[in-house]
Design a protein around this ligand. Sequence first.
Ligand code: SF4
Ligand code: SF4
Ligand code: FES
Length: 326
Amino acid sequence: MKATLIVRRYDPESGKPPYDQTYTVAVGESEVVLDALIKIREEQDGSLALRCSCRSAICGSCAMNMNGHPGLACKTKVAALSPHGEPVQVGPGGNLPVIKDLVVDMGPFWSKVRQVTPWLRPGAPPPANEEYRVPNERMLDLSGMMACIMCGACVMACTVLEAEQGQGGKPDEGFLGPAALAKALRFVGDPRDGTSRERLEALMGGGGIWDCTHCFECVQRCPKGVAPMDRILELRRRAVDAGFTDHNGVRHAQAFVDSIRKHGQLDENYLARKSVTFGELFQMMPVALRMLLAGKMPPMFPHNLPGDSREDVKRIFEAMEEEKPA
Ligand code: SF4
Ligand code: SF4
Ligand code: FES
């Protein structure tokens, strides 16, 4: 089949703004976007810059945007993106500076991974002449995070990073992002590590675990099933269990649960009141006023779900509490 690829080109050194270039290339049914790009580079345009190595979804170097979403170009079939011959949009992954065309600077990505101290800091040593054995079930849990190939697709997709950079934030500042936080859990959850508490405490600050908005993008885009958002939620649970509760994020989560338990649905006013300190609530007054004038203010007295549904919600809570480990 003939595929049309619309590739975002950009060379910062040229001083010209980014532009789209269209290529038509013959690809087989099973060929992937990377195959098409390599053919273009070899047969039509040697100036096209892209990064790749293993061509087997192992090395993590070919992550880029395809039809608006990041993924591995060596794992994404052209036919899947273009079932009826539609043009395929290809561009560099988001949230990282572009070096040239499809090649982004992974420096900010690595800088954030380094911030979570991605190596083991052993606790008590095993008895003399014995090796430390991690129980199989703990290792299984860790292996999900160890599947990460550091491709950066989750970071390229992260909506919080996008919002931060849209407001002038730098790529190596602000939210640590999904890959670094998944890596953090890999060591917080390792029974051989003796610094889990310090690690969790460090993640409670700005840019840490409470900055994620649960948008699910990183879960959807990760080519290795690492599910970074789920790892962030696990870090939150562990932080709360370790006693780190003095944080707006914790108050917000608790208010959310309390509201659903009481009304069967969300009371947004209660959520706002309980999530922030009095001073912060006061600072939000102008926003509240604008919402009121625009008719966007949630009702002052929350609606309850109808009786039967509320009873169902109550039963769900009871069932969860019965299942909760002591
Ligand atoms: S779920 Fe959280 S970490 Fe993942 S992409 Fe969304 S905001 Fe980013
Ligand atoms: S978590 Fe997934 S998407 Fe993110 S860097 Fe690792 S493998 Fe890539
Ligand atoms: S080229 Fe190695 S993951 Fe795609």
